[in-house]
Ligand binder design. Structure first.
Ligand code: AMP
Ligand code: ZN
Length: 460
């Protein structure tokens, strides 16, 4: 299996560091101060595809994902306020309560999107003493030093800083702002521990007084505890390359003398209408909002699968509509094969299996693998094809085994959309709206029958 390594800027043959069949993989998890938006979730769909592809090749995966519930400042560098504390203040709630709530919603999104939960999910606030030990180690090795507001990492001590992004120390020096923060040796040094002002709710005793950990030290500490000084794969979104992951490498090199991961793999961003997602533009959609608009979580997952993880993916409602139609067609063809008793020759099957594996094992070319599936489904109806599609679904994770008759493409998407809206109205006991939609659907030639599991659309 070949994977693109951001560190070497090459596709490399993947092997585990210790030659075993267990892949040790760390994924930067969410900062739980808000709902995850579809961009965040794209990154976790990518993490999931990678985990599934590794398993498809026969590896076991020991995955670790952190939950950042303290220390991530509003600016990825050292500026701004702790995101958790900011939300707590705005919502007049306890930051632990905020963290608990958004973590639960995040895990529900994982479930709805069929994202396998990594074997170990660990939250930063459970590892404070280990983080303090890490910081002490960095001070002991001459990389950490104290200032009036925290403990900083002296980047000038780490000559190889910038391997991942290509932002060398020279570049940092040239671009550095004149800092007001007194006591820092270099303007670009970053905090590994922050001293807490009195009003900071989340704070712990440390050899440097009350404080809280820096965001980067959290990942370095938790990955090391669960996966060791060096592990196989580290993932995250591309935004983590220039700061967060450079700093993780610097910390590990400072403490253990080693780069923590052999493969650094990054998923590219999701855009909305060709631009950045931002709260001020009102385009940071959540899965719940997509469901309200009539797109199931599986349609969103399918939408993500249509772009290679190293390419930007532009979200628009037009492209989502196209994904929905395409997904429904896919489901209809699956059913055609499922309901058949015919066979397909071994030769034909193994040739599809090979094309599929070649695509997946070539740096996770899932769009190409979907192409193989679509071509395969055009074969004459056969139960063997259905079974092979289920095998491919171990990587796609699109719940092929749960596809039911009622998503058949014979029903126009406009009718399905109206029926979905009708269901939402019924759920809200908005009977007038539900009845009006039922009548409208009937006038277009379809009946909606309520069933135990939801509903069924029947052509009149
Ligand atoms: P955060 O909760 O801000 O730490 O982000 C969680 C994950 O989402 C990180 O791995 C980010 O790299 C990723 N991420 C943030 N915005 C986007 C986006 N627009 N598209 C894809 N991934 C994103
Ligand atoms: Zn991280």
């Amino acid at each position: 299996m070949k994977l693109y390594n951001t560190l070497t800027r090459k596709k490399e043959e993947f092997q585990t560091l210790d030659g075993s069949d267990t892949v040790r993989m760390y994924s930067c998890g969410p900062t739980v101060y808000n709902y995850a938006h579809i961009g965040n979730l794209r990154t976790y769909v990518f993490m999931d595809l990678l985990r599934r592809a590794l398993k498809y090749q026969g590896f076991n995966v020991k995955g670790v994902m952190n939950i950042t519930d303290v220390g991530h400042l509003t600016d990825d560098g050292d500026d701004g306020e702790d995101k958790m504390e900011k939300t707590a203040r705005e919502q007049k709630k306890d930051p632990y309560e905020i963290a608990k709530y958004y973590t639960e919603v995040f895990m529900k999104d994982f479930e709805r999107l069929n994202i396998g939960v990594p074997e170990i999910v660990c939250k930063a606030t459970d590892y404070i003493s280990e983080m303090i030990t890490y910081v002490e180690g960095l001070i002991g090795n001459g990389y950490g030093y104290e200032t009036s507001d925290g403990i900083y990492y002296d980047i000038s001590k780490f000559k190889d800083y910038g391997q991942l992004s290509g932002n060398t120390l020279e570049d940092l020096k040239a671009g550095a702002r004149i800092e007001v923060n007194d006591g820092k040796r270099n303007p670009y040094d970053f905090a590994i521990w922050k001293k807490a002002p009195k009003e900071h709710i989340m704070q712990w005793p440390s050899p440097w007084g009350q404080g809280y950990p820096g965001w980067h030290i959290e990942c370095s500490t938790m990955s090391r505890i669960h996966l060791g000084d060096q592990f196989d794969i580290h993932t995250g979104g591309v935004d983590h390359i220039p700061i967060h992951h450079e700093n993780e490498i610097a910390q590990s090199e400072g403490l253990t003398g080693k780069n923590p991961a052999k493969f650094w793999i990054h998923g590219d961003f999701m855009l909305v209408d060709g631009g950045k997602m931002s709260k001020s533009l009102g385009n940071t959609y959540t899965i719940d909002q997509l469901i309200e608009k009539g797109y199931s979580p599986m349609v969103f997952r399918f939408f993500c699968l249509n772009a290679h993880y190293r390419k930007k993916l532009n979200f628009t409602f037009e492209t989502m509509d196209a994904a929905k139609v395409s997904y429904e067609r896919l489901c209809a063809s699956l059913l055609k094969h499922k309901n058949s008793t015919a066979k397909t020759s071994e030769e034909v099957l193994s040739s599809y299996k090979k094309s599929f594996s070649d695509a997946v094992f070539d740096d996770l070319n899932v769009p190409q693998a979907l192409g193989v599936l679509f071509t395969m489904l055009k074969e004459p109806a056969s139960k063997d094809i259905y079974d092979l599609a289920l095998d491919f679904d171990r990587v796609f994770g699109l719940d092929f085994d749960k596809v039911k008759e009622d998503v058949s493409s014979d029903i126009p998407s406009q009718i399905i959309e109206m029926a979905e809206k009708m269901q939402s109205a019924r759920a809200e006991k908005n009977w007038a709206v539900a009845d009006a939609l039922r009548a409208e659907i009937a006038s277009l030639g379809y009946n909606v029958k309520n069933t135990k599991d939801g509903y069924e659309i029947i052509k009149k």
